[in-house]
Design a protein around this ligand. Sequence first.
Ligand SMILES: Nc1ncnc2c1ncn2[C@@H]1O[C@H](COP(=O)(O)OP(=O)(O)O)[C@@H](O)[C@H]1O
Ligand SMILES: Cc1cn([C@H]2C[C@H](O)[C@@H](COP(=O)(O)OP(=O)(O)O)O2)c(=O)[nH]c1=O
Length: 203
Amino acid sequence: MLGKLITFEGIDGSGKSTMLALLRENAGLKQLGDIAFTREPTQNTLTGKAVYAAIESDVDPMAELFLFMADHAAHVAETVRPNIAAGKIMISDRYSDSRCAYQGATLEKVIPNALDFVKNLHEGWTVVPDLTFVFDLAPEDSVERCKNRGEKTKFEKIEFLTHVRENFMTLAQAEPNRFVILNAKLPPEDNEKIIVEKIKALL
Ligand SMILES: Nc1ncnc2c1ncn2[C@@H]1O[C@H](COP(=O)(O)OP(=O)(O)O)[C@@H](O)[C@H]1O
Ligand SMILES: Cc1cn([C@H]2C[C@H](O)[C@@H](COP(=O)(O)OP(=O)(O)O)O2)c(=O)[nH]c1=O
């Protein structure tokens, strides 16, 4: 039987990594099947390194989109498809909706309907997630959390993250059956319970 693909999305600092650390240890989740954790951008790969170099530069945003797309293509071919074929439940920290939301924002002034442009680039070849959780958080809170974390990327700015957050909401409204919006200000343990219940219902 084919596996499932579950993705975690949200603006920087919205709590995805914190939640995934909890889920790795969640006994109830382990009972549901063979779980494989993955992420985008991919780590320590040719394409992932190119993406992280781009994030730290002021490279042209269209060029940056295609680096993210290349990384996604490699991720789908080398990790996602083989694991789904092997019947695993794949959990990805960021995936295609990050591209639609972030590059939909970086390309706003470059191309009309940037979000749809990015979405369409995925059609016909990618693996579409079965379930997507969006950690929804005000950009002001996100920037504050990122400050505490001691990192700063070119994306961690309130105006930009406001646009990214709106894009996530637009994506969720278009596919209400795939998306679950979580209040990222709740204690992680509360969202953890909601997530495990939704995954159980999917399987
Ligand atoms: N539910 C939460 N409430 C308050 N702070 C949180 C919560 N979840 C995560 N944090 C804190 O916010 C910061 C960013 O969280 P992180 O999980 O790294 O976000 P992301 O992976 O989405 O960038 C960390 O310092 C983390 O401890
Ligand atoms: C996967 C992906 C990430 N990003 C952005 C989100 C982050 O700001 C940055 C790096 O991703 P990531 O390492 O997941 O950052 P974080 O742990 O802070 O969430 O790249 C895109 O702009 N497009 C994409 O397709």
